[in-house]
Design a protein around this ligand. Structure first.
Ligand code: CO
Length: 250
């Protein structure tokens, strides 16, 4: 994994371009989620939307991942492989994770959607997961330390009784999807690296109603909550500046 990279002004422009395109792909694919659509249909539509923007789906073929979109339903945390016979149902919560490469620069983002009417508990989980991202990025500025972000995300969720997934983390991003540093969503004892203007980071809380423990499926990708409880995922690619962070995928 490449080390921490500081992007030049020109690279930041390219990261902004990639981020806007990914934001639009998310908005369009999110609208396709409805009872009866298969997760493979969502992948096909997602790939088409990405390619229409002259971008490359970054997940496709990444360490052998067979699709362009990760579709993770209910107790699936992340990395759900799209399938022709897996259908979205009323009352599901569906996480879409999408990455693209545009003019050599990467963008990565995830959203969790409600399908029709969902339980109060599920809706609260989605809200807390999103809120924890925004709590975290309050600390995402030059001069702070990386784990200020981790602590803010983790404590926000733990204080509200949720389980934080600690087996998976956010990451630096740039020419590569995964660059240093790793970004835990869990409180840390060490303070982590010093944040500098020009770093671009994919911050992605994965939060469960029950335990933060997860199991991995035999396909080598699928990740499930160990207790079967619901899980939500929210991710944006951001730019560190001397002031407020810029959210590139929103
Ligand atoms: Co990511």
């Amino acid at each position: 994994m490449p080390g921490v990279t500081i992007k030049s002004q020109r690279e930041i422009e390219l990261m902004r371009d990639a981020g806007k395109l990914l934001r639009d792909v998310h908005l369009q694919l999110g609208e396709k989620i409805a009872p009866g659509i298969s997760t493979l249909d969502l992948d096909r539509i997602g790939e088409e939307l990405i390619r229409k923007t002259n971008s490359i789906p970054s997940f496709l073929g990444y360490e052998g991942y067979p699709a362009s979109v990760c579709v993770s339903i209910n107790n699936e945390v992340v990395h759900g492989i799209p399938k022709a016979d897996r259908y979205i149902e009323e009352g599901d919560i569906v996480s879409l994770d999408i990455g693209l490469i545009h003019n050599g620069y990467q963008s990565d983002a995830a959203r969790t959607h409600a399908v029709g009417r969902i339980s109060k508990e599920a809706a609260a989980l989605i809200s807390v997961t999103e809120e924890s991202f925004f709590e975290g990025i309050k600390f995402a500025k030059a001069g702070n330390h990386l784990h200020d972000i981790s602590n803010a995300i983790g404590n926000y969720c733990i204080d509200r009784g949720y389980g934080v997934v600690y087996d998976l983390v956010g990451h630096g991003i740039g020419r590569e999807m995964h660059e240093a540093p790793q970004i835990p969503n869990f409180p840390q004892k060490r303070r982590g690296i010093l944040l500098c203007a020009g770093m671009t980071l994919a911050i992605e809380p994965m939060i469960n109603i029950g335990t933060g423990d997860v199991d991995f499926q035999d396909d080598g990708w699928g990740c499930l909550t160990a207790d079967g409880s619901l899980s939500a995922h929210y991710e944006n690619t951001i730019l560190i500046t001397d002031g407020e962070p810029e959210i590139l995928t929103l």
